[in-house]
Design a protein around this ligand. Sequence first.
Ligand code: KG4
Ligand code: ZN
Length: 342
Amino acid sequence: MTIKKDQLIVGIETSCDETAVAIVKNGKEIVANVVASQIESHKRFGGVVPEIASRHHVEQVTLVLEEAFRQGKVGIEEIDAIAVTEGPGLVGALLIGVNAAKALAFAHNIPLVNVHHIAGHIYANRLIEEMKFPLLSLVVSGGHTELVFMKEHGHFEVIGETRDDAAGEAYDKVARVLGLPYPGGPHIDRLAHEGTADLDLPRAWLETGSYDFSFSGLKSAVINTVHNAEQRGEKIAPETLAASFQASVVDVLVTKAVQAAKEYKVKQVLLAGGVAANKGLRAALTTAFESLEDIQLVIPPLSLCTDNAAMIAAAGSILFDKGKRADLTLNGNPGLEISIHN
Ligand code: KG4
Ligand code: ZN
């Protein structure tokens, strides 16, 4: 009898402002997970500065790689593949991860697998729960708001997406208007729980049957409400603004996710992306899916919602098993689409 050896995949993620390396066993078990955040360096600019992000990645990537191998007590000769984020993201930032991955793959003759960042966010769920198909993923991050239908591993069909601002982007912009630090999402989330949603802010439902989203109208409505109040010499409590804004975002996200889950008759709904850390969204989704007994809702722990490399290794493991390989011509691709068969 032959005993199947455990599969070990290294994940590398540098698409935005976290330099991250992880080692994942058999696509599901985290052996090491290291994230070096640059948030402190970008905070004073109120957002991610691409040039600064690239420089930090260059400084950090080797250290983070070494730390992951140390944490995991794993040798490079035990690694089956290197999975790296190809895109989307900031081109200068992506290039650092891609080049680190290529160097490692070339020097040690290890297969290289290119991964879509959003596929990574979705596969973060596999680190806590077995995926059951067909499934629907609600992806809400700083750059994306999407409903992704999956009929099997590696199949990604975008059935709805944002037509303007992503959910996280709207959070960050509204936070700026309220004078909160970057990234604003967690601050609005905290304030929202201290206030009540008394303001009647718009919800962009779009055409009947559309699973697309739009958050720029809501963002403008918040900004106008603040400015109009200022002109009258009044001040609306930030807690009220945060609670009302969050109620509007959550209402649209949850309603559309429930509708799509029913229409596509899915077995599971997976929450993914940085905004998945939002307490209001987590609570509202949990309540909405409680009565839908045939559909299992999966919500990753906070550490796996924001950018990390364990999710890239988890997605990479599936793609590696399906035979996907990249060669040394691999480049960072800032506008990479999540195709049906990735
Ligand atoms: O997925 P992510 O780490 O990076 C991208 O791929 O974009 O998401 C970052 C986004 C930021 O816009 C941040 O404000 C938002 O996730 N975020 C939140 C919360 N935590 C992070 N938004 C709302 N509520 C939160 N608790
Ligand atoms: Zn992300």
